[in-house]
Ligand binder design. Structure first.
Ligand code: G3P
Ligand code: MG
Length: 347
């Protein structure tokens, strides 16, 4: 009726396309929103000249908290409501591996956070590096557990414990200790801590939640990421075993499996939140890292049933003046320009 306020529910939703956003270097840097990101979300939520809302999801390689916790942070930072049903982080697809392994080592993140995430996914028996250090403090000569870490760590008999897989959920807070323990296991007899293999081919598989060598944080220049840790582990294994190769596995972008996971999540989100029952014709992916965001989007575009359109922004890892190793469909300054670019192409 004339004069009555227009509520967000009244705004029609565009059903032929959607957006997917990387987080670090696109929306957030060092815990603070990139200013244009807040405006970009408003535009997607209907504050635009077309009078339409556009569905969107988030796809970050980051991690270290439950999806629900990350969404609370993101909602506050971007001044919108973000649901775990529209959110994927580096370790989210790892939850599909819970049936495969009984006892696993989970590495990375603050305190007990990643153990909690893993147990929330349904992993039945989760060990942390802290548990191993508590059991034998000589494991890491220069890393002593704090009183709190000691209290949280769990005691058990490692002689009888077979660690079946290692999952690096988030960035290591102690590279030396974590690398030591990962190598101890990679070189062990079948995943038993304290043993040493003669053949060095019987350690547990190591899964990383992503492979970003660098990422965009608060510092002006990029910072070392999980992919750098992965390189260290692989290189040192080769060195210590006189030439054996350690093959580890990385989830996250650019892995195709992650984009397939995102496709299923987006489909469900469009259905549940927007009552759209068909797949989008185009998904605009906005990222800052050519090696993971653009590479993954372009690669997936050749396999997907719909179009995956890569947009590179200049607010993160990619710096103007360098040649991106993987070429985006478009390069723009900020995420707001990316949203405008996609919408202009559609309407
Ligand atoms: O540790 C997080 C970082 O490597 C990448 O996060 O959001 O840019 O995929 P994002
Ligand atoms: Mg990024």
């Amino acid at each position: 009726t004339p004069g009555s306020p227009i509520t967000p529910a009244d705004i029609p939703t565009a059903d032929s396309f959607a957006f997917a956003f990387d987080i670090d270097g696109v929306l957030i840097r060092g815990g603070r929103p990139i200013p244009e990101a807040i405006e970009a979300m408003k535009v997607l939520n209907g504050e635009n000249e077309y009078g339409m809302k556009v569905p969107y999801i988030f796809l970050t390689n980051g991690g270290g908290k439950t999806e629900a916790e990350r969404c609370i942070d993101l909602s506050r930072q971007l001044d919108i409501e973000v649901s775990p049903a529209q959110f994927i982080c580096g370790h989210t697809p790892m939850r599909e591996m819970v049936e495969k392994y009984e006892t696993v080592l989970v590495v990375g993140g603050e305190g007990e956070k990643c153990r909690q995430v893993a147990e929330g996914y349904g992993f039945r028996d989760v060990i942390t590096p802290g548990d191993i250090i508590k059991d034998n403090e000589h494991t890491t000569p220069f890393r002593k557990l704090t009183a709190e870490e000691k209290a949280n760590s769990r005691t058990r008999n490692y002689g009888e414990t077979k660690i079946e897989a290692i999952f690096v959920f988030a960035d290591s807070r102690d590279w030396a200790g974590d690398i030591q323990i990962m190598l101890d296991l990679a070189m062990s007899k079948g995943g038993y801590i304290g043993t040493l293999s003669e053949t060095f081919d019987e350690g547990p598989p190591i899964y990383f939640s992503h492979n970003d060598i660098v990422w965009s944080a608060a510092h002006d220049n990029v910072r070392l990421g999980m992919g750098a840790l992965r390189k260290m582990v692989e290189m040192l294994f080769k060195d210590l075993t006189k030439g054996k190769e350690l093959e580890t596995i990385a989830f996250g972008k650019p892995a195709i499996g992650t984009f397939e996971f995102a496709t299923r999540l987006l489909q469900q989100w469009r259905k549940d939140e927007h009552r759209i029952n068909r797949p989008p014709e185009t998904v605009y992916f906005v990222g800052d890292t050519p090696e993971s965001d653009i590479r993954g989007t372009n690669q997936f575009n050749t396999k997907a049933k719909n179009e995956w359109y890569s947009i590179l922004v200049r607010t993160g890892v990619f710096q103007e003046g360098t040649e991106p190793a993987y070429k985006p469909k478009a390069t723009v300054d900020t995420v707001l320009d990316a949203v405008r670019h996609g919408m202009k192409r559609e309407f």
